[in-house]
Write a protein that binds this ligand. Structure first.
Ligand code: ATP
Ligand code: MN
Length: 461
């Protein structure tokens, strides 16, 4: 394989022949010379091929090249006299590999993100989406590196599950029954015993319960996979299909979990900052001018840590009129979270110790009997980016919580088994991967940080 543009640009010096393959960002045809800006997606920068009359097929082919054409340019790598580019290629040959029809939608002018979403098959060729996809890739690598450096084992949790164990959100049903004529039982209800899995089955909303199984065997595991929620949230921070990272750690309590979450975000930011310098500089210049300062801030500054009770006190003392009233016992709404992290503290914030009435049954009950060892990490612009907890590992307490929430104990038989056979304190969290990419890039809408967004009313391609 030939060098990618990223590799060519990283050469120590000019000289020698290179072959550049890619697509034309722009083509400018001056009197006796054509300037062709070629990109191949391997980095933010493209490379300019300069072709004059000495270039093969200059009049017949090169002069007709335009934005979007796929080309192969061969020539000498020389130092560029132009600003902002180290090298350019003095082309002796430029081959048209694939032409473009006149209605190519990505002409020079900038397009709205709304429009680009309608052409998901072409938008990765824009500067912005290209940069997003490289940052996603670097973040994904950084996550795997972070966990592997700390002895975590990646666990592949299932996409199809039978339980809505967590109650984390509305679920998508998985079924092979004929929707127009499903089999019925004696009461006339749909008979899922005749369905593929012989029980109602769904797409997963979280890999947490499986991760707990893993942690209680391998000590430290993480899952990183697609997650589905059928909630009708048409917001800039919700997708119906998103990727979630869920570490789960045995012999770990809530403070250890908060430390892990902070180390994790700092480490991922540091690695992506190093790998994607140009992409992040682009986001800072073109999308949100706080991207680079946020990056430095997340890496260097300790996160703030407060309890839910303190959060409520701060909100009540703020004198601010919120749409949703603040009172101890009610969940923090996105407006409250953003006030705390953006305005009050101006930095990432870890909130722990939520009222047990608003949290899931599996969260560890604190000694005060009022709160559970839950933890959310809130960041400016996004709000909640991580949600997690220490898990209830005491069998009697867990059973009481299941009963108090009116859940069917039989369905949790295996979850309860884990508390009967060598139970240990353990804790874990879930990070929404797209929210992380949003936070890093400054992109306003979560639909623009995943290549193929799935949202209510739209899963087109
Ligand atoms: P929110 O209150 O913001 O809807 P949640 O409390 O329902 O989130 P959790 O069940 O705690 O979310 O999931 C863990 C993480 O997954 C969240 O902190 C968030 O980063 C991410 N997440 C949750 N729902 C979505 C979604 N619909 N789209 C993208 N990311 C999501
Ligand atoms: Mn949450």
């Amino acid at each position: 394989m030939d060098e990618l543009i990223r590799e060519i640009l990283a050469r120590p010096k000019a000289g020698g022949e290179v072959t550049v393959r890619g697509w034309l960002r722009t083509a400018r045809h001056a009197k006796k010379v054509s300037f062709l800006e070629v990109f191949d997606g391997s980095c933010m920068a493209g490379i300019q091929a300069v072709a004059g009359p000495e270039c093969a097929r200059f009049e017949e082919e090169v002069r007709g090249l335009g934005t979007g054409c796929a080309v192969e340019a061969v020539g000498e790598l020389v130092d560029s006299p132009g600003q902002g580019q180290r090298f350019e290629v003095h082309a002796r040959e430029v081959k048209l590999v694939g032409g473009v029809d006149d209605d190519y939608p990505l002409q020079k002018k900038r397009h709205s993100f709304e429009f680009l979403r309608t052409i998901a098959h072409l938008r990765p060729r824009t500067n912005t989406l290209g940069a997003v996809l490289r940052v996603r890739d670097a973040a994904s690598r950084a996550i795997d590196d972070f966990f592997h450096e700390r002895g975590f084992v990646q666990l592949h949790s299932p996409v199809i599950t039978l339980s809505d164990a967590e109650g984390a959100g509305d679920m998508f049903r998985v079924s092979t029954l004929d929707p127009s004529a499903p089999p019925r039982d004696d009461q006339g209800a749909v008979d899922y015993k005749q369905d593929f899995f012989e029980a109602p089955s769904y797409l997963t909303v979280s890999g947490q319960l499986e991760a707990e199984i893993g942690a209680l065997a391998l000590s430290r595991v993480y899952t990183f996979g697609p997650t589905f929620r059928a909630e009708n949230s048409n917001t800039s921070r919700h997708l119906a299909e998103f990727w979630m990272v869920e570490p789960e750690v045995a012999f770990c309590e809530i403070e250890g979990l908060a430390d892990l979450a902070e180390d994790f975000l700092k480490s991922v930011f540091r690695q992506v900052g190093e790998k994607c310098e140009d992409d992040l500089a682009f986001f800072d210049a073109r999308i949100d001018d706080s991207v680079l300062s946020t990056l430095a801030h997340v890496i260097e500054e300790p996160f703030e840590r407060i309890t839910y009770t303190e959060a409520v006190e701060i909100l009540e003392a703020s004198g601010r009129k919120f749409e949703f009233p603040v009172s101890w016992g009610a969940d923090l709404q996105s407006e409250h979270e953003r006030f705390l992290t953006e305005e009050h503290f101006g930095k990432p914030l870890i909130v722990t110790g939520y009222p047990k009435g608003i949290k899931a049954f599996y969260m560890y009950c604190n000694d005060d009997q009022q709160t559970v060892a839950a933890m959310d990490v809130l960041v400016p612009r996004i709000g909640e980016i991580i949600g997690g907890s220490q898990r209830e590992h005491r069998l009697d307490v867990l059973k009481a919580r299941i009963a108090a929430q009116g859940l069917p104990e039989e369905e949790y038989w295996w979850y309860l088994d884990l508390r009967r056979f060598g139970s240990v304190p353990h804790a874990g969290f879930g990070l929404g991967f797209e929210r992380l990419v949003q936070f890093m890039t400054g992109m306003a809408n979560i639909r623009d940080v995943i290549p193929f967004p799935r949202v209510p009313g739209n899963a087109s391609f």
